[in-house]
Design a protein around this ligand. Structure first.
Ligand SMILES: C[S@@+](CC[C@H](N)C(=O)[O-])C[C@H]1O[C@@H](n2cnc3c(N)ncnc32)[C@H](O)[C@@H]1O
Length: 260
């Protein structure tokens, strides 16, 4: 099953297609467009997250990290870690002996979060790797837990990203994915659609000078898998105890799985 439901795996990697929002593009073009998108939004990424979600993303991230049941001394990977919000939360729980690696392809995103990390007592427990989540440069079975927050949807091949997280987890390790989805309740979904497609791009234009950047966001969410489909993919990869919890009527969803 494809996570980006209409992507086509033709013969070779060069011919694979993926969605960038509603546009079907080649895999290579998607990678470039995603990179440009995060270059555009990086400097104001945290502010925009708080503004557009009315602060809810903090609550979602707190709930997601809590559900991972991290313990002191653990080593955690934050895939697509960006400005390190999840990494900081995880590091706080794990104490002096724990550590988190923020793994992201985009330098501008990591740099935008750096002042937040550097200004925190948790800085010595947080490391950075710049690289592609579809080819993690980490040894097999090297992390106690792996998490990805609002990142998996941006990969050209999300399933490959999950497989990589599976590979680098130790047996018994927990995978957590926090990702947007669609609200369950019809009237709320209509309201959310109006907000996403008409209000968000206007705020994006005012705040970061690009309405397009905030058109990609709702489009990519609408193109992404629903919780049941995504759970089936995780089970297919080999995760056990796969479960999910909807937040705010399903705007965001926390997925958990364990490597057996
Ligand atoms: C929406 S941001 C999420 C940042 C952070 N996890 C959070 O929850 O706020 C998505 C991040 O995924 C990163 N990303 C996109 N494609 C990637 C890839 N192929 N490999 C690694 N990181 C990627 C982007 O650079 C960006 O920082």
């Amino acid at each position: 099953m494809k996570l980006d439901r209409e992507s086509k795996d033709l013969s070779g990697p060069d011919q694979q297609t993926a969605h960038f929002g509603y546009r079907q593009v080649s895999a290579a073009v998607k990678g470039k467009l995603v990179h440009q998108h995060f270059d555009t939004v990086a400097r104001k990424y945290d502010l925009m997250n708080t503004l557009l979600s009315c602060g809810l993303h903090h609550l979602w991230k707190r709930a997601a990290v809590r559900m991972m049941e991290l313990k002191p001394g653990m080593r955690v990977l934050d895939v697509c870690g960006g400005t390190a919000d999840l990494a900081l939360r995880a590091a706080r729980i794990m104490g002096d002996t724990g550590s988190v690696v923020v793994y992201d392809i985009n330098w501008a995103m990591m740099a935008a979060g750096w002042p937040k990390v550097a200004g925190s007592v948790l800085a010595p427990r947080i490391g950075y790797i710049q690289g592609d989540a579809e080819r993690l440069s980490c040894p097999d079975a090297s992390f106690d837990a792996a998490m990805v927050g609002f990142g998996i949807r941006n990969l050209t091949r999300p399933e490959v990203g999950f497989k990589e997280m599976f590979r680098v987890l130790k047996p018994g390790g927990t995978m957590m994915c926090l990702e947007f989805s669609k609200p369950k309740t019809a009237w709320f979904r209509r309201l959310y659609d109006f907000y996403s497609f008409y209000v968000m791009p206007v705020i994006g234009r005012i705040m970061v000078g690009s309405g397009d950047a905030y058109t990609y966001l709702p489009e990519s969410i609408r193109m992404f898998s629903q919780p049941e489909e995504l759970s089936a993919v995780l089970t297919g990869i080999g995760f056990t105890r796969v479960r999910y919890r909807r937040l705010t009527d399903g705007i965001a969803v926390i997925y958990l799985g364990v490597k057996p």
